[in-house]
Design a binder for this molecule. Structure first.
Ligand code: PLP
Length: 400
């Protein structure tokens, strides 16, 4: 491992806390004291470096988590939010005003799609949905008022890999910001190394890894992060999507096992994907050499962490998808549940759950089958045994 490895960068952010605790102390204060009234004035005027003012603006516990996330994502700075959606909406509202234009991948998390389709037009921000893997289409969508190109490194749920260097070239030649949601691939891909300007995360998923809390993060330059917390027009300051410091502290400690968890998620997903492919099922996983996204993923990935923990099976119909999920749950493969990055395997039928915001005709035209089962593979020690359980479930529903 070199110093540029995300886990190694993270390792050097951990310093002992107050009273020499090995973890940073939790700062359970929403407001902070000043030695004099004039220092408080200086702080409000932005003349006081490093002072904490009020918990909606910054909190020392959130600052520690932010530094650790910035290390993972190789950004100058970060700001943590109460959810992944808060990170996305805060970032976009900071970057776009009425009259601006945004280009987005048509395949994104359903909540993101709904925000772009249903909410941004209410604020007169025009949105163009494109096939993000088609750079000619992206280029053709650019207008003089385009402010943002938005994508997910590995898109939810179709597992398309964004050509980040190609998108960055288009964006930067026109003064556009490239914003990338890296929720599916922390450690696996470092989008800033490939030209992204801002990286957003749902911490709720792999990064926390426990499915016990909701959180988000925005990673970018100090200039951008400071603009978010500007007292007069910063969207983080004015919309108030701050993460609760108690939760920030619990998420922070989970970051230090992320590299091991990602390696195990990827190893297990690769094993199951190969078995499914050998059984002639319609499986999508970028780690399969036959997968259309394999070469792009190889170009972008930090190889120590594999191809990620998510795969999908197209069963053909909603009924078969539902039957398969029940059969897998009955055999304790995992749970029928949305979300991902949990230590146990989670599965859902994307079209009727996390992409249900996308109209059915659009689901069809983008290639989202009603029978798609997204499987977020857990960190099971004995993955051969898990495969035995999945195999039995597939047999029960006559898919093999
Ligand atoms: N981004 C992606 C890729 C997601 O899958 C999700 C949720 O599933 C989100 C963002 C939203 O995150 P949160 O639920 O933490 O708001």
């Amino acid at each position: 491992m070199t110093k540029t490895d995300p886990a190694t960068r993270l390792q050097f952010t951990q310093h002992s806390g107050e009273y020499d605790g090995v973890n940073p102390a939790i700062t359970d204060s929403s407001t902070f004291r000043f030695d004099s009234a004039s220092l408080m004035t200086d702080c409000f005027e932005g003349k006081l470096e490093g002072a904490f003012l009020y918990g909606r603006h910054w909190n020392p516990t959130n600052f520690e988590l932010s530094k650790a996330l910035a290390a993972i994502e190789n950004s100058e700075a970060a700001w943590v939010t109460g959810s992944g959606m808060a990170a996305i909406t805060t970032t976009i509202l900071q970057l776009c005003s009425a009259g601006d234009h945004l280009i987005t991948s048509v395949t994104t998390y359903g909540g993101t799609f709904a925000f772009f389709k249903n909410v941004l037009p209410r604020f007169k921000v025009e949105v163009t949905f494109v096939d993000i893997t088609n750079l000619e289409q992206v280029k053709a969508a650019v207008k003089p008022n385009t402010r943002v190109i938005y994508t997910e490194t590995l898109t939810n749920p179709l597992l398309k890999v964004s050509d980040l260097p190609g998108l960055a070239t288009i964006a930067h030649s026109q003064g556009i910001k490239l914003v990338v949601d890296n929720t599916f691939t922390p450690m696996v891909v470092t989008p800033i190394d490939h030209g992204a300007d801002i990286v957003v995360h749902s911490l709720t998923k792999f990064i926390n890894g426990k499915s016990d809390g909701i959180g988000g993060a925005i990673c970018g330059s100090w200039e951008f992060i400071n603009s978010l917390s500007n007292l007069n027009d910063g969207m983080a300051m004015l919309l108030g999507p701050v993460l609760e410091p108690l939760r920030a502290s619990s998420i922070h400690k989970n970051l230090f096992t992320l590299h091991l968890r990602m390696q195990q998620h990827s190893k297990n997903a690769q094993f199951i994907a190969e078995k499914l492919a050998a059984a002639k099922l319609r499986v999508t996983y970028p780690g399969l050499p036959t997968d259309s996204q394999h070469d792009m993923m190889k170009k972008l990935m930090n190889p120590a962490y594999g191809f990620g923990g998510i795969l999908s099976i197209d069963t053909g119909t909603k009924k078969l998808a539902n039957d398969l999920m029940v059969a897998m749950q009955n055999r304790e493969v995992g749970f029928i549940a949305v979300s991902l990055g949990y230590f146990k395997t989670l599965f859902s039928n994307s079209g009727t759950s996390t992409s249900s915001e996308v109209p059915t005709d659009l689901q069809h035209s983008m290639g989202l089958s009603p029978g798609l089962v997204r499987i977020a593979i857990g960190i099971d020690q004995d993955i051969e045994n898990t495969w035995g359980l999945i195999h039995a479930a597939l047999k029960e529903v006559n898919l093999i």
